[in-house]
Design a protein around this ligand. Structure first.
Ligand SMILES: *[C@@H]1O[C@H](CO)[C@@H](O)[C@H](O)[C@H]1NC(C)=O
Ligand SMILES: *[C@@H]1O[C@H](CO)[C@@H](O)[C@H](O)[C@H]1NC(C)=O
Ligand SMILES: *[C@@H]1O[C@H](CO)[C@@H](O)[C@H](O)[C@H]1NC(C)=O
Length: 277
């Protein structure tokens, strides 16, 4: 099994407004499918590794039975390629019926019964990065409602196939729509990663008011070079990034844990945690 931390806390906070949903007062920790399992949907020849309810139930068992939950690793997060290629006849997203026969709500219950939380994935554009139905502006309300009905606890909103204008409109709208469901749902925004991660294009004051965490930079890959590349970028831009974070609002280096970026460069890798067996 492969476990990775989502994000850890910078040491210092400045007093800032955060998205007021009461969630993620400390950085979220857990497990996310993408880095290792990608868009593997071939359950016939690769049943153990394909994106299916079995994979997430298996990870839930590991987090709850092997001591991870007690350390704070409570999120089990679905990434891309979970849905059917078509919405249902009422226009709602639906999971792939073959790979998620029990449905998302049942999966959420499985996690909740074990003291864990379920995250799900969507995309601002017409399509997700993997080519599944997206959640463009006109679908935001219905999809937020669907996730709430499924008792999902966190939502990652990716940005493939959307432009800057749509993102400017969509990311705040989704924040409002999630709030309007009445269910506290942690909100992870990929917006800054699509805008270069830095001001003036990225407004971290605004992000902190609408998102609980945000992806600032590119995806982590399955290599040490990628890990170092991400750490270097965060190190080089720490003066902008550190003040952006506070309880309820976090930078997300994509599963890398950066505890205190104000380190001498030579020592920086010591503060990175990623476990992989
Ligand atoms: C919605 O926003 C209001 C005001 O910011 C906040 O008090 C409330 O807790 C939020 N509700 C949810 C479910 O996030
Ligand atoms: C962004 O996409 C929309 C269509 O969804 C289009 O109307 C608009 O012109 C695009 N804006 C830019 C700046 O490309
Ligand atoms: C950034 O966002 C904040 C809060 O929404 C807003 O008050 C401020 O004017 C924005 N800054 C810029 C440079 O757009």
């Amino acid at each position: 099994m492969h476990l990775a931390l989502l994000v850890c806390a910078p040491a210092l906070f400045v007093a800032t407004l955060a998205l007021d949903n009461g969630l993620m007062r400390t950085p979220p920790m857990g497990w996310l499918a993408w880095e290792r399992y990608r868009c593997d949907i071939d359950c016939d020849s690769d049943p153990k590794n394909c994106i299916s309810e079995n994979l997430f139930m298996d990870m839930a068992d590991r987090l709850s039975e092997d001591g991870w939950r007690e350390l704070g690793y409570v999120y089990v997060n679905i990434d891309d390629c979970w849905s059917s290629k078509e919405r249902d006849n009422q226009g709602r997203l639906q999971p792939d019926p073959k790979r998620f026969p029990g449905g998302i709500k049942k999966l959420a219950r499985y996690l909740h019964d074990r003291g864990l939380k379920l995250g799900i994935y969507g995309d601002m554009g017409t399509y997700t990065c993997g080519g599944y139905p997206g959640t463009p502006v006109e679908k935001i309300e219905i999809d937020a409602q669907t996730f709430a009905e499924w008792e999902v606890d966190m939502f990652k909103y990716d940005g493939c196939y959307s432009n800057a204008t749509e993102q400017e409109q969509g990311y705040p709208l989704m924040s409002k729509a999630l709030n309007a469901t009445g269910r506290p749902i942690g909100y992870s925004c990929s917006w800054p990663a699509y805008q270069g991660g830095l001001p003036p294009k990225v407004n971290y004051t605004q992000l902190g008011e609408i998102c609980n965490l945000w992806r600032n930079y590119g995806d982590i890959q399955d290599s040490w070079d990628s890990v170092l590349n991400i750490i270097d970028w965060f190190f080089d831009n720490q003066d902008v990034l550190i003040p952006a974070a506070a309880p309820g609002r976090w930078n997300d280096p994509d599963m890398v844990c950066l505890t205190d970026m104000r380190l001498r460069r030579k020592k920086r890798v010591k503060y990175f945690l990623l476990s992989d067996k």
